[in-house]
Every structure is written in structure tokens, then in C-alpha cells.
Design a protein around this ligand. Structure first.
Ligand SMILES: Nc1ncnc2c1ncn2[C@@H]1O[C@H](COP(=O)(O)OP(=O)(O)OP(=O)(O)O)[C@@H](O)[C@H]1O
Ligand SMILES: [Mg+2]
Length: 310
């Protein structure tokens, strides 16, 4: 797998704020990489550096092998950057706006209409093609921002919170567009605060906190690391109370909680094989309906890895 974005020891300071500190990570070609972190973590700063809009103080960043500081002209045609906020151009039509950017990217005039129409279609803006930008809803503007990023058919997309401020349905629609882009083989770096949004979208995530990377890897691995304890949810046909007492006497269990529906069993961190629980229940004549591991919420993983949940 070749590397689409490579960041090494990147640093950026604003007066006395270390926005990005010694940041290093790779995004591979074809990845949809989720870039997470609380407010002020340094996500936008990193993305602006990648987009050649901001110079780092030290360290290096490469996009498709080109250094963003020394060769910005080689980088720009390869990327589509969607900033976290975009204003202006309110009195233009959607189609005019996109044609303007197509011209700026020097898309040949005979292909321009076609390219613009393709982007309009991909982002679901067909109905709004001849609408004034001023009258677009937030979700529609977000789509327009995406359409604009796609005008130059970039290999790498750098999207700063493309789904922020959208309602749940619009979020899902934006996710679908991003998934389609992933399927087209594009590399996507997408920032967000909302982990659950990235769960179905991204194969890899990086978590930034205070300008430093606290995690980079798969979502599953992040969840596993954040799992400080193992909790089982057991449903029995009856006698949850008695089963709880019996299990507590069995040993190897940290805590039991007896609920109406569920018998919660907490096992020590690192317990891999919990078959002894089922075995003890069955041996003692309890009728086991289901046993499942409680899910670690991505939100918990996030808090844990950024130290906020400690
Ligand atoms: N132009 C600037 N001047 C001074 N400080 C800045 C500037 N831009 C960002 N910062 C500071 O740098 C740090 C990182 O900001 P950045 O915008 O990169 O974070 P972020 O992860 O994108 O946050 P958010 O989730 O709020 O978008 C913050 O402490 C911020 O206050
Ligand atoms: Mg930001």
C-alpha cells in the first residue's frame, strides 16, 4: 500500500500556543482516515498545512510524494480541500460557482460543463443546479463545498468537519457521498468530533489531543485499548439473584450487578477466555439464554485515549 499523506515531526506554534507538536502519521492510498480530537486539538492547523495554506515551523508533510512546503504547486492539483467554514459567493448560482472553480483549476472549456454536472450529480445537487447559493440550506451548502473540492478530480480529499451542523439525515447523506468517493479509490482525510459518525465510514483513525497524536490505527484497536474492563451481559430464564451470588463465590469476577432483565458480570481487565462463567452457570442448573460482551462505545474510547475520561 503506498502512502498518500505522510507527516513527520510536524510542529506549528501560534505565539505561545503549540497548535501541533511533533506530529507524525501516514495515510495510505485509498484510506478513509478519520481525524479526531477535541476543540483546539490541532486538526484544522494540520489540514491547512497539508492544503499548502499554512507553513509549519518545522517537520515535513508530503502529499502523494510531494513536499507541501517546497512544492505546493505540485500538491494543489492533487488535493481537494474543504475548509471548516466557507462564506462568500452568496449571490452566485450553484452551477456558476462550480464553473468558476472549474475555470480556476483550468479545466478546458469544452469539458467544463460536463465536469461540473458530474460533481453536481455526485453530491446530489441536481435539483439545486440553478439555485442561488444564498438560498441554500446548510446541508446543501455543505454538499456544494464537497462538489467544489471534486472539481479538479483530486486523488486526495482533505475535509475539515464536512458534516458539522448537519441534521442526522443530511449527515448520513454526506457519509454516503464520502463512501462513494472511497469506492472510487480516493484517499480521504476527514476531521470530526463525532466518533460514531466515523465508525462506519473510516478504516483508520488518528486521535489528536493538545497538538499531539495520542492514537493512530484501526477503530477496533482503539476500542480494545480503551477497554479497561470486560463486562458481560447475561440473560437467564430466571433466578438472576441466585446466579449472581453463585458467580461471586466462583471467583475471578470483579463485580456483579443484578437487573430485572440482565445479569451484569464484570471481569478483570485482560480476561480473554470467559467461558468459565457460562460453564459455572450451566453446571449449577441455571438456564442461560444469552451471554454477550458489552460494547465499548467509541465515545468512551475517545475520552479514554485523550485522557479526559481518566
Ligand atoms: N490563527 C491563529 N492564531 C492563534 N492561535 C491559533 C490560530 N489558529 C489556531 N490557533 C490555536 O491553535 C490550536 C489548534 O487549533 P485548531 O484550529 O488547529 O484546532 P482544531 O482541532 O481544528 O479545533 P476545532 O475542533 O475547534 O476545530 C488552538 O489552541 C487554537 O486556539
Ligand atoms: Mg478545526
Amino acid at each position: 500500500m503506498s502512502v498518500a499523506i505522510s507527516i513527520r515531526h510536524l510542529c506549528k506554534k501560534y505565539r505561545n500556543v503549540n497548535a501541533v507538536q511533533d506530529l507524525s502519521f501516514d495515510v495510505h492510498e485509498g484510506d478513509i482516515y478519520g481525524f479526531l480530537g477535541p476543540n483546539g486539538a490541532g486538526k484544522t492547523t494540520t489540514m491547512r498545512i497539508l492544503a499548502t495554506l499554512l507553513r509549519p515551523d518545522s517537520g515535513e508533510a508530503h502529499v502523494m510524494g510531494h513536499n507541501v512546503v517546497t512544492h505546493p504547486h505540485a500538491v494543489r492539483p492533487l488535493i481537494g480541500y474543504m475548509p471548516d467554514s466557507s462564506g462568500a459567493y452568496r449571490d452566485m448560482l450553484v452551477v456558476e460557482y462550480l464553473e468558476f472553480f472549474a475555470a480556476a483549476y483550468r479545466v478546458p472549456i469544452d469539458r467544463r460543463r460536463r465536469v461540473v454536472d458530474d460533481c453536481i450529480e455526485l453530491t446530489g445537487l441536481v435539483d439545486k443546479r440553478d439555485a442561488l447559493i444564498e438560498g441554500l440550506s446548510r446541508g446543501m451548502r455543505q454538499r456544494l463545498g464537497l462538489a467544489r473540492c471534486l472539481i479538479n478530480d483530486p486523488q486526495v480529499l482533505i475535509l475539515d468537519e464536512p458534516a458539522s451542523g448537519l441534521d442526522p439525515r443530511a449527515r448520513i447523506e454526506v457519509q454516503e457521498i464520502l463512501r462513494a468517493l472511497g469506492a472510487m479509490g480516493k484517499t480521504v482525510l476527514i476531521s470530526s468530533h463525532i466518533l460514531s459518525e466515523l465508525r462506519t465510514l473510516c478504516n483508520t483513525i488518528g486521535i489528536l489531543d493538545g497538538g499531539k497524536l495520542v492514537y493512530s490505527g484501526s477503530i477496533d484497536e482503539a476500542l480494545a485499548r480503551a477497554r479497561t474492563k470486560l463486562r458481560l451481559e447475561i440473560r437467564l430464564a430466571d433466578r438472576h439473584d441466585e446466579a449472581g451470588k453463585m458467580l461471586m463465590e466462583t471467583g475471578g469476577i470483579v463485580e456483579i450487578s443484578v437487573g430485572e432483565e440482565i445479569l451484569g458480570v464484570e471481569l478483570p481487565h485482560g480476561t480473554a477466555d470467559f467461558s468459565f462463567v457460562a460453564e459455572a452457570l450451566v453446571r449449577n442448573g441455571f438456564r442461560v439464554l444469552t451471554i454477550k460482551e458489552e460494547e465499548v462505545l467509541l465515545e468512551d474510547a475517545f475520552l479514554h485515549l485523550t485522557g479526559a475520561g481518566a
